[in-house]
Ligand binder design. Structure first.
Ligand SMILES: [Zn+2]
Length: 255
């Protein structure tokens, strides 16, 4: 039996943290190779802690961890990127928190998460680069859904499998895809979706970010895309996400 190394290095993004005991903190981390994991930072809340500044929420960090009996211990931490623009803007911070909560709900601990890691890293970096937050969030949601195995079917009717033509359609929350008007009759769990939002959801799903970022989109259109995606996400998660409520609260307060 190979002897397990006592320590290991990894890059991580700090997703959550909980204070424990006198001066310790348990962190939930997303890492590329080890997936989502929880680790303890001993003594981090002491004023002399050298790790504290490197392990703030939403920080991308290089870590040295030691295997522990229950939780692994963080022995060294060096921040790589703290995403300062996101931190200083309440709206961007709310979007970042939302992305982390959503990702948290769609991942399990200790499962390789290289693509999820890349997606979260992209999300934080893009929000930090002052891209339009709602457009960034819709792109994130569609790619998160795809990676989690829930990619919405937007090209063919999920009932009759016929190609979708350019007319107003329905989205089935149960099937996770479009239903044509002919198949929609009598079906439950449908949300109406117009030609335009459907067209742009497909575009977001299939095109790289620079092309998506260059599109001209009205807030109303982004709102319609958001509505369908939120209904689908909420149906998938079976309960309203706390951060969705938080985002609505922030929106009411920011003009
Ligand atoms: Zn159909």
């Amino acid at each position: 039996m190979p002897i397990r190394a006592r320590t290991y290095k990894t890059e991580a993004i700090v997703m959550r943290r909980t204070d424990v005991g006198e001066a310790d903190r348990i962190l939930t981390l997303l890492t590329p190779e080890h997936g989502k994991l929880r680790a303890i930072a001993k003594g981090i809340r002491k004023p002399v802690s050298r790790k504290a500044g490197h392990l703030e929420l939403l920080t991308r960090v290089d870590l040295l961890l030691a295997h522990g009996r229950d939780l692994d211990h963080i022995t060294q931490a060096q921040s790589i990127d703290a995403f300062p623009v996101v931190r200083e803007d309440l709206t961007r911070l709310a979007y970042a928190s939302y992305a982390i909560e959503l990702l948290d709900r769609f991942t399990v601990e200790q499962q390789e998460a290289g693509e999820m890691y890349a997606l979260l890293h992209w999300m934080l970096g893009t929000l930090n680069a002052s891209a339009e937050p709602s457009r960034t969030a819709r792109f994130f949601e569609l790619h998160l859904l795809a990676q989690a195995g829930f990619q919405p079917e937007l090209r063919r009717c999920t009932a009759c499998r016929r190609d979708i033509v350019a007319e107003d359609q329905f989205f089935s929350l149960l099937e996770g895809g479009v239903v044509c008007p002919r198949c929609a009759e009598g079906r439950a769990g449908l949300v109406a979706i117009g030609v335009e939002p459907l067209k742009f959801l497909r575009y977001f799903q299939s095109q790289p970010w620079p092309k998506v970022e260059a599109l001209r989109l009205t807030p109303a259109l982004l709102g319609e895309m958001e509505y369908v995606l939120q209904r689908y996400l909420v149906a998938l998660l079976e309960r309203q996400l706390k951060s969705v409520e938080f985002l609505k609260l922030v929106r009411r307060q920011t003009p």
